[in-house]
Design a binder for this molecule. Structure first.
Ligand SMILES: *Cc1c(COP(=O)(O)O)cnc(C)c1O
Length: 719
């Protein structure tokens, strides 16, 4: 919303007529608007490909003649004018859903805090699903014109790429952010030089600089500690996502939460609402209270203000998944604050003690649950789990009264629905207004009437594109790195696009059980190698560098994929990231999800598959308990026994695949289209798109939570 960015020109040599490209390239808005992407492609397709779809890199390398040529090419200029008008009307305007519902909120700000964000491959500041969710959500806040700013950290060496050795061992490499080609601008301070803010609690002080990315109307402020002015260990605070040492992790969370609030203050942004996405930024609430007392509020008044304006979203259904810092470490950093705020501060930090295990230390989730006025879980099932899990914090309440509501996650439709085939098909069949009304179930009804061959043709195209990409990657590894032949097979060189293909791609964490489908190898082999109805499996995913268990599972999958006995029907695709995710969720025939219930709080990859017409085969956990309707995919796992359920789950999985799904897929009529399977594909799109979009999700946060904080007098809105 702050469109008053200093009009720094990053590309001063752009011809005047197309100068707006500068702003478009530096706003991530282009990543979810196809026409804007086409604009860059149209300038020079080859340069676009070579830049790996990064417009900043492309503009920086294009020769002046090409730019001049574009500025005189009338077809290009028509496209440019159309994109630029749309961009300007959207990004610079304050009109939109939220503003029209709550005009009184126009001057208020929501500050959204998250430790990770995935907007686009050119700005990799994420590890997995949490970051992808945050990126999608911020795009949606922009689409809905919620007056928001986002706050995060910049991890200059944090992004890890993955390669597998011939033995299946995961080799990771740190990618250094190349700020010259990232969509980032340095934020200036009052004197005109870079803004530098001191983070409280550190001695010697830690300074942060601020980089700004823009996601449409929402500025994203990213804090950076890698400055000359800082000590070496302080410079490293924001090098890596989720530092493994507890002390560095705490320092990171102090910078993100408390530093983030100080940066907003320095920028003159005084949020009326603060949304804490998972426990990592919880200390923002502490700083908000401190700022209140610094402004002369009493401790109780400061607490009341924070309570009224804060929202905490928990994503973790396991106590072990929350951050807990030993109290001595807390003392070390918060000592000076104790001295200043005395008794009150000690009381505050005691809020971080979990009554179930008070000696364990300061738990950021417990702290946020106690301080935030509103808390929520990320699916209905997760809501039930979270209320039970945290019941000890409200001993006077019954479990069903525990104040943790459920707002189920969603995915950003414009980002995830195939823009080349499927979105234009939807434009034709649903009418171009479907984007504006995407959360209304009725708007999706015409999907049922789309001719099967239209859906199927697009699907085959997406499948072919995925297989081409996998082949090309395998070929490159063979040619460049001289990997062994069986590794080339394991990378997917023998995959056959005619064959029914199951996808499994997400982080390789033990609870997600990537190897569940490998439980009974004889049974699996029969499925894969069936001479009439064969099956293929495509895996992708990284394990955290310190997660040895996850790495062992990758190794196991990869080695099996190398075995000639498996016939080249299992593939492991390296280096899963947002870019590969876009291809893989659209390009397989079935999306598999089999975590150990109830450990998947929500899960979002299945939503991305479903909205592209790829049905889910998922255990009943997380979002699928709400998403599954009997017609839009397959479910299993309700019947599993207590205790070790691996064998029972695997058996149920094989049964569904063998008896229900594979026969449906291979049942073809004369036109070679599996009409019964396409019916499930269409039901996936129709049922999942309206209900599991960030549109529905953000509107729910806005109406149920933000409105009362951002527009207190007129919180009711009109609908
Ligand atoms: C969507 C997504 C995830 C989350 O997948 P889940 O199956 O929900 O865990 C992780 N990583 C990337 C790159 C994604 O796009």
């Amino acid at each position: 919303m702050d469109s008053t960015v200093s009009p720094v020109l990053h590309f001063p040599s752009l011809p005047e007529r197309i100068r707006g490209l500068d702003r478009i390239a530096y706003n991530l808005w282009w990543t979810w608007h196809r026409q804007a992407r086409d604009l860059f492609r149209a300038m020079d397709l080859r340069a676009w490909r070579e830049s790996q779809g990064n417009p900043i890199r492309m503009l920086a390398t294009l020769p002046a003649e090409v730019l001049e040529g574009a500025s005189r090419d009338s077809a290009f200029l028509d496209l440019y004018d159309s994109v630029f008008d749309h961009f300007d009307a959207n990004v610079a305007s304050r009109t939109g859903w939220f503003c029209s519902q709550w005009p009184a909120a126009a001057g208020s700000r929501l500050a959204y805090f998250s430790a990770e964000y995935a907007f686009h491959a050119s700005l990799p500041l994420y590890a997995g699903g949490l970051g992808v969710l945050a990126g999608d959500y911020v795009k949606e806040l922009s689409d809905l014109a919620v007056p928001a700013v986002a706050v995060g950290l910049i991890y200059s060496r944090g992004y890890v790429t993955q390669k597998l050795g011939d033995d299946g061992r995961q080799e990771t490499e740190e990618l250094t952010l190349d700020r010259a080609y990232d969509p980032l601008s340095s934020v200036a301070g009052p004197s005109g030089g870079p803004l530098v803010v001191e983070v409280p609690l550190f001695d010697p002080p830690v300074h942060v600089a601020v980089w700004r990315a823009d996601a449409g109307r929402v500025p994203v402020y990213l804090l950076d500690t890698d400055l000359e002015a800082n000590q070496p260990e302080d410079r490293a605070i924001a090098h890596h996502l989720y530092a493994t040492s507890p002390e560095q992790r705490l320092r990171q969370e102090i910078v993100l939460g408390m530093g983030g609030m100080r940066v907003l203050k320095a920028l003159g942004i005084h949020p009326a609402a603060v949304h804490i996405n998972e426990g990592h930024p919880a200390l923002a609430l502490l700083d908000w209270i401190c700022q209140g007392t610094e402004q002369g509020l009493s401790f109780d008044e400061a607490m009341a203000r924070v309570h009224a304006g804060s929202i905490f979203t928990t994503h973790t259904p396991l106590p072990a998944g929350t951050d807990v810092f030993p109290f001595p470490l807390i003392e070390k950093y918060f000592g000076p604050l104790y001295a200043r705020m005395q008794r009150d501060c000690r009381r505050l930090l005691e809020f971080g003690a979990n009554p179930e295990d008070p000696a364990a230390g300061f738990n950021t989730t417990v702290f946020a649950l106690r301080l935030a006025g509103r808390s929520n879980a990320v699916s209905r099932r997760h809501g039930e789990v979270a209320r039970k899990m945290w019941a000890g914090l409200w001993p006077e309440k019954k479990v069903e009264e525990i104040p943790i509501v459920a707002i189920t996650n969603g995915v950003h439709l414009d980002t995830w629905i195939d823009p080349v085939g499927l979105q234009p098909l939807l434009d034709r069949r649903l009418g171009p207004g479907w984007r504006d009304e995407q959360d209304r179930a009725g708007i999706w009804k015409p999907v049922e009437e789309i001719p099967d061959q239209d859906i199927w043709r697009i699907h085959l195209h997406l499948k072919a594109a995925l297989f081409d990409e996998i082949n090309e990657r395998a070929r490159r590894r063979w040619q460049r790195d001289h990997v062994r032949g069986e590794s080339v097979v394991a990378f997917g060189a023998l995959l056959d696009p005619q064959i029914f293909t199951i996808g499994f791609a997400r982080r390789f964490a033990a609870y997600k059980r990537p190897d569940l489908v490998l439980t009974n190898l004889d049974r699996l082999k029969r499925l894969l190698l069936d001479s009439w109805h064969p099956v293929q499996l495509i895996f992708a995913g990284k394990a955290h560098p310190s997660d040895l268990e996850g790495q062992r599972v990758i190794e196991r999958v990869f080695r099996l994929a190398q075995e000639s006995e498996m016939g080249g029907r299992i593939a492991f695709v390296e280096d899963y990231d947002q870019e590969l995710a876009l291809r893989i969720v659209r390009g397989v025939d079935l999306w598999l999800n089999n975590p150990l219930p109830p450990l998947e709080a929500s899960g979002t990859s299945g939503m991305k598959a479903a909205i592209n017409g790829v049905p889910n085969l998922s255990i009943l956990d997380g979002w699928w308990i709400e998403g599954y309707n009997g017609k839009n995919g397959w479910a299993f796992g309700a019947e599993a026994p207590e205790g070790d359920r691996t064998a029972a789950d695997a058996e149920a999985l094989y049964e569904r695949i063998e008896k229900e799904i594979v026969p449906l897929f291979y049942r073809r009529s004369d036109d070679a289209i599996p009409h019964d399977y396409v019916r499930v594909m269409k039901a996936s799109i129709e049922s999942v798109a309206p209900a599991f979009s960030t549109r529905r999700m953000a509107k729910q946060y806005a109406t149920e939570i933000y409105a009362s904080a951002l527009a207190p007098e007129r919180a009711q809105g009109t609908s």
